[in-house]
Structure formats: structure tokens, C-alpha cells
Ligand binder design. Structure first.
Ligand code: FCB
Length: 477
């Protein structure tokens, strides 16, 4: 969700513009078909899941031997998180995972994608393993399996032991060894039960927001730090794939990328080129080196700085042949040229364009998901795509134990229609995971923005299935 912020905060927020209407005409095109969607249209083998992350849901931040994470640390600094909230308790998944997995089952999903907390498993970052931490995920995995739900595990979804962040985190080249050790421990531990793995969640988000914009943990703002974190995360991503392959030979191995559909504000060449530069950062920077294409330096020359960081052998080590690529899509980005050094582009915000947006100011634009699936399917070397996250935050109101989140249902229908359109046209998209099963801690937005199919009252921690959850229950029946 943070790719948008990335552009805005790099000085790309724009002034109001009168836009050509045709830009929006496709946004509603999915509507009629969307109302008639059937699960069977997607085929028997299509994978339906929900996705969540450790820091956003678990709470229990210092229980059973878990150490402080970079996010525990960051969220304690005043004004880093809206309303100064933190995820010490979050949705209390640590104590309520059984109920949450029961709810996932009740909504008829067959896959639960969740992440592991590195500081829970290796509190010192490297070295001693915490048995109680490992056991927690055994309980979660076992509960999934006994409920007929496949556990899909993300190794890293942004929470790192603070002791490693204090040594530079992703900017320190040693992260490749630290991360490899952690990936080795968890794949050996769970490999006999877990066959579906994802290495990293959205490098762009944790690298861009964490080391360039200061908006995410660890709150750094440095172009050099950003470049290092890019390169080290690219190497770690591929290395993670190799470690899973070695330890779990029959695994289905993927990784996930943040995406947004980028379009120029008009068809002038200066704005088309500006959009191409933004697209290079938002959609190409991390996938292309992993496919052996290197960094998109021709489109965005500032990325040449990455070359200076190469050590012998890096070019090959950046590549890994993933079984699937996870695409995460939330909004469209409209761009025009600006004088800003580096990107020479700025975003025109949804609010300045008067278009439908979520509560984080991301434009709601279902056709963008269709476009992104098409774009990614054109890369040689991508075998299949899974939408590993898609969802929206709307102002939910709990009334008489119900949440009538009509807008969210519409959002899902339109985005599913976009997926189906791509699939029917031959794009190899094999699954769709909703972000997220329950409301949770939305990073720097805290608890303000809710993405769940299940409403969480953060005072009582009671759960209430929203109408969107009931819609999926019926749709997936
Ligand atoms: C994605 C993140 C996920 C969640 C959603 C709303 O970018 O991967 O953790 O915050 O946005």
C-alpha cells in the first residue's frame, strides 16, 4: 500500500488538474460482469486465500522469548505512527489464532498466507533459536492443516530483530548471511508440513519507505541507504529461493511484489516518459534483476548507482527461477513530469482528480489489476502469477454486530472480474488472496484503516464477520 506514499513523499504530489475523461472510462468496465461472477468461472484448481502478516496481527510483542523488532522499536518513537499507536497487542492473533483460522474456514477459503516473525524465532537475529517461537508457528500450521487450510508462509514481512536493524538492517551487506541463516532455520523446521513458501513481501515498500522516506521502520532517509537496501534485498530474495529449494525440494516457491498500474496524465511524450520512470521504480526494480534482466537503468539512469555496489558474482546471484510470482495490487498511479531531480516525475493524487479512492488515498481502479497481470505475464521466465494481496480500506461501522461494507464487496467483485478477464485472455493467473482476514495494524496508519473481512473491536478484541466476509462465504461455497 505504501508505493503511493513513496511517490508522494519524494515530492511528487501534484496540484489539481483537469483530466481527460477517457482515463477513467475503464475503471467501471468490470461492473456488469462483476455482478454475475461465479467461483466456477475461475476453474476448479484456482486458489482462494487470505493473507496476513505477523507484526500486523500477532501482538504478544515480548512473550515467550520474542525480542524487540524494528517495528516495535520504530512505533515507540513519537509521531511515527498515526495516533502514536503500536502493535503490542494488534489483533492478538498470537492468542486467538484458532478462532481466526476457524473464521477463515467459515468464509470458505482454502489457503491462509501468513508470515513468520524473525525476532520470535531467532531473538538475537543470528545464533540461538527460540523453541517457544518455533512452537507457536507449529501450532498455527497444525491448526490450518487440521482445518483443511493450506498454510502459505512468507518468510519476511518487514519485522526484523532490532539488534540487526541497529547494525544497518538491509543497508548492511551482512543481511544476506543473516537472512539466509533465518531462512534456513525456518525451512528446515517447517518444510515437512509447509509446501508453499514466499521469500519476501514487497521489497519496494520496506526498502523505499524504510530507508528513503523514513516513513516505515527504521525511519531512515538516505538515497545511498536506499540503493544498498535495494541491492541487498534483491540478493537475499534469490538466495532465499535457493535455500527453500535445498531444504524443501518439493516446495512451490514464490515471492511477492508491490505493483501499481502507472499511467501518464496525457499522451505527451514528456508525461509518457515520466510515467515510464515511475513504472521502473514501482513495478520493475525488483522483479527484473530476479529474472536476469538487471536493474532498469536505461529508463531510470539514477539506478546506475546500484552498479557500484556489485561484488563479483552478484549478477548471477540476483537471479532465481521462482515457481510463482505474487502480485500485490491496490491502486492506480497517474503521473506527470516534474523538475524533481532523479525521478523527474510527480503523482497527481486521487483527491486532486476527484476519483474514487480508499482511506489511504489510493485510487480504486480495478482495470489496473488486469493491466498489471498482463504486464507481468509478458516477462519470459514468469511461470505463473498469483494475486497474493488485494483489498481495500473503507470506513467500516459496527452496528448491531454487523458491518455493511458494500463498497468493499463492490471492490472485490470488480477486481475479481479483472482477474477473470486476464485469465480468460490467457494470462496464467492461478490464485487470488484477499488482504486481509481480520482488521489489523496497518503500519504507519495504525488502526485507523481497516482491511479485514472480519471486523476487530480493538478494545475488546471481539471479532465480527463483515458483509464482505459473508459475501465470500457464499461466493466460495
Ligand atoms: C501491502 C502490505 C500489507 C498491507 C497492505 C494493506 O502493501 O504488504 O502488509 O499493509 O498493503
Amino acid at each position: 500500500m505504501k508505493r503511493r506514499d513513496w511517490i508522494v513523499k519524494t515530492g511528487m504530489a501534484g496540484s489539481a488538474l483537469f483530466l481527460n475523461k477517457y482515463l477513467y472510462s475503464t475503471s467501471l468496465s468490470a461492473n456488469q460482469e462483476a455482478d454475475n461472477l461465479l467461483r466456477n468461472d475461475f476453474g476448479q484448481d484456482f486458489r482462494w486465500g487470505v493473507a496476513a502478516a505477523a507484526y500486523q496481527t500477532e501482538g504478544a510483542w515480548n512473550e515467550d522469548g520474542k525480542s524487540e523488532s524494528n517495528w516495535d522499536h520504530f512505533s515507540r518513537h513519537p509521531r511515527k505512527i498515526e495516533r502514536n499507536e503500536n502493535a503490542d497487542i494488534a489483533a492478538d492473533f498470537y492468542h486467538r489464532y484458532e478462532q481466526d483460522i476457524d473464521l477463515i474456514k467459515a468464509m470458505n477459503f482454502k489457503i491462509f498466507r501468513f508470515s513468520l516473525s524473525w525476532p520470535r524465532i531467532i531473538p538475537g537475529g543470528t545464533g540461538d533459536v527460540n523453541r517457544a517461537g518455533l512452537d507457536f508457528y507449529h501450532r498455527v500450521i497444525d491448526k490450518c492443516l487440521s482445518s483443511g487450510i493450506e498454510p502459505w508462509v512468507t518468510i519476511y514481512h518487514w519485522d526484523m530483530p532490532q539488534v540487526l536493524e541497529a547494525q544497518g538492517g538491509w543497508t548492511n551487506r551482512k543481511i544476506i548471511e543473516w537472512f539466509s541463516e533465518y531462512a534456513d532455520v525456518v525451512t528446515r523446521e517447517y518444510g515437512s508440513k509447509v509446501k508453499n513458501w514466499m521469500v519476501l513481501n514487497e521489497q519496494l515498500a520496506f526498502v523505499g519507505n524504510g530507508y528513503m522516506l523514513g516513513q516505515f521502520a527504521p525511519g531512515k532517509k538516505s538515497l545511498n541507504g536506499f540503493m544498498k537496501a535495494v541491492h541487498h534485498s534483491v540478493l537475499s530474495n534469490a538466495e532465499g529461493g535457493r535455500i527453500i529449494r535445498k531444504n524443501v525440494p518439493d516446495a512451490n516457491i514464490g515471492t511477492t511484489f508491490a505493483t501499481t498500474f502507472v499511467e501518464p496524465v496525457d499522451q505527451t511524450s514528456k508525461n509518457i516518459e515520466a510515467a515510464a520512470r515511475v513504472d521502473a521504480i514501482m513495478n520493475r526494480l525488483f522483479i527484473e534483476p530476479c529474472l536476469g534482466l538487471g536493474y532498469p537503468v536505461e529508463t531510470l539512469p539514477i539506478l546506475k548507482k546500484l552498479k557500484a555496489l556489485y561484488e563479483p558474482g552478484d549478477e548471477e546471484k540476483m537471479v532465481f527461477d521462482f515457481d510463482f510470482i505474487g502480485v500485490q495490487y491496490y491502486f492506480r498511479t497517474i503521473v506527470k513530469k516534474s523538475m524533481m531531480p532523479g525521478m523527474r516525475a510527480k503523482e497527481i493524487k486521487a483527491s486532486d482528480r476527484g476519483v474514487p479512492a480508499n482511506e489511504m488515498e489510493g485510487e480504486i481502479y480495478a482495470d489496473g489489476l488486469y493491466q498489471i497481470l498482463n504486464k507481468y505475464s509478458k516477462y519470459k521466465g514468469i511461470r505463473n502469477l498469483i494475486v497474493t494481496e488485494n483489498g481495500t480500506c473503507v470506513p467500516d461501522k459496527l452496528e448491531n454486530e454487523r458491518v455493511h461494507d458494500i463498497e468493499r464487496i463492490e471492490y472485490f467483485k470488480n477486481h475479481l472480474a479483472a482477474v477473470l478477464k486476464a485469465k480468460k485472455e490467457g494470462v496464467n493467473v492461478t490464485g487470488y488472496f484477499v488482504w486481509s482476514p481480520t482488521d489489523n495494524f496497518e503500519w504507519d496508519k495504525g488502526y485507523r484503516t481497516r482491511f479485514g473481512l472480519v471486523y476487530v473491536d480493538f478494545q475488546t478484541l471481539q471479532r465480527y464477520v463483515k458483509d464482505s466476509g459473508l459475501w465470500f462465504r457464499d461466493f466460495l461455497k
